[in-house]
Design a binder for this molecule. Structure first.
Ligand code: HEM
Length: 418
């Protein structure tokens, strides 16, 4: 696609995406905008205008109403505009993207139905609640192995490389059939792509290398099928996917499986350690873990401003008139703290009754991996706090390096002892 979430991230005002005082609260620029309505104008750093959605109901509308498109090839996001096009957008004369007959790529995250439906349908059967429940024993084994390895190596560790990253990484590699030994190559390239500070040259080079890595993988699955998800897609997809589409689908799955849950495990543990009453409640009653995970997802909203759409026609949203071609950015950290939806929404409370949140999005693009992510978080956090009951940090909270330059928020490291 001509645009990408990272491109969007780079032209958002820094105070809307970089967290300040409390690393668990929405960035200061979002807090400062409270009280200004559920749909607000959003000036971008490239000079183009967009809209920011902070209301829960309005965000659900954007994500479930077909007038808001995810197709970033046919409908251009304000992020991808050249300087002269920024002026055309302001004047209302900007043409939509090219008239593409049918999408040949496999980036289904950036497609609308029915093109999106076709690829998504091939995958939903693989990510069912039942299939994911079958993975529970393996997830538990991986979690326990990593915690026991930490204990065997001493009494201190950095929780990110020792636990939070390898757990989801191993699971998605096994599920897809990617050799875990190759993960470093993959992870480094992905991190460059998702880092707002990397240069265009670095991004282009790492993108090409990542693509070549996936091409080799797909060729291998076509030639030597095994009992894994990518082999299944390479051989049983009906209608079949082209090699190029399969490469794109694999890139989406592997990327989404690595960068998300890992950050929820790291930042989630940090939040629990900084809220000892909540941690104690969970240790006293581990059955609260499912609740605690939903609350962490809501409270931490690591995707930040990563979900956006473009209007295909004029729409009135939250009392605001949006023209056709308007870029709409969901402010997930604020949406998940909507005071009309949750009493005392800024409080982290593991006893809070479960209510729908938007951490996994909503509508046709709602997170495909959410059951997997839930299982990894539930099992990972449960094993961590029961096997390491004395878990605590070895540095003050303000010394923990935050992922403020990354598309998906979290911590770079979390030094702990037990
Ligand atoms: C989509 C969040 C874990 C795969 C999404 C979306 C969100 C999200 C907000 C919607 C994007 C949009 O509407 O534009 C998260 C969070 C996770 C997580 C917070 C962890 C806590 C995972 C995992 C996978 C995954 C483990 C594993 C494969 C996907 C895919 C999509 C998606 C493939 C695109 C679905 C579509 O467009 O139909 N995720 N995700 N996610 N997620 Fe996740």
């Amino acid at each position: 696609p001509s645009s990408s979430p990272t491109a969007m991230r780079r032209i958002l005002p820094a105070d809307l995406v970089e967290r300040g005082g409390c690393p668990f609260d929405p960035p200061p620029g979002l807090l400062a905008r409270r009280g200004q309505g559920p749909v607000q104008s959003l000036p971008l750093l490239n000079g183009a205008g967009a809209w920011l959605v902070t209301g829960f109901e309005e965000a659900r509308t954007v994500l479930s109403d077909a007038r808001f498109s995810a197709d970033q090839v046919r409908h251009r996001e304000a992020t991808s505009l050249q300087p002269h096009e920024v002026a055309e957008l302001a004047a209302g004369t900007l043409k939509p993207g090219p008239a593409v007959e049918s999408r040949e790529d496999g980036f289904f995250v950036f497609m609308d139905p029915p093109e999106h439906t076709r690829i998504r349908r091939l995958l939903t059967g693989q990510f069912t609640v039942r299939r994911m429940r079958e993975l529970e024993d393996r997830v538990t084994e991986i979690a326990v192995e990593h915690i026991e390895a930490m204990k065997a190596a001493g009494d201190k560790a950095d929780l990110v490389p020792a636990f939070a990253l390898p757990l989801p990484s191993l699971v998605i590699c096994e599920l897809l059939g990617v050799d875990y030994a190759d993960r470093a190559e993959f992870q480094e390239r992905t991190a460059i792509g998702l880092n707002a500070n990397s240069t265009d040259e670095e991004r282009a080079a790492s993108g090409l290398e990542l693509y070549a890595f996936m091409q080799r993988l797909v060729a291998d699955k076509r030639a030597n099928p095994a009992d894994d998800l990518l082999s299944g897609l390479a051989h049983d997809a009906d209608p079949p996917l082209t090699d190029a589409q399969l490469v794109d689908v694999a890139l989406v799955l592997l990327g989404a499986g690595h960068e998300t849950t890992a950050n929820m495990l790291g930042l989630g543990t940090f939040a629990l350690l900084e809220n000892p009453d909540q941690l104690a409640a969970l240790q006293a009653d581990p059955a609260l873990i499912d609740n605690a995970v939903e609350e962490l997802l809501r409270y931490l909203s690591i995707i930040q401003l990563g979900v956006s759409r473009v209007t295909t026609e004029p729409v009135t949203l939250g009392g605001v008139d949006l023209p056709a071609g308007a870029t709409v950015v969901i402010a997930t950290p604020e949406v998940n703290r909507d005071a009309q939806q949750w009493p005392d929404a800024d409080r982290f409370d593991v006893h809070r009754p479960r209510t729908p949140h938007l951490a996994f999005g909503h509508g046709v693009h709602q997170c495909l991996g959410q059951q997997l992510a839930r299982i990894e978080m539930q099992i990972g956090l449960r094993e961590l706090i029961t096997r390491l009951p004395g878990l605590r940090m070895t540095v003050p909270a303000e010394k923990v390096p935050l992922r403020n330059e990354m598309l998906i928020f979290g911590v770079h490291s979390l030094p702990v002892t037990w």
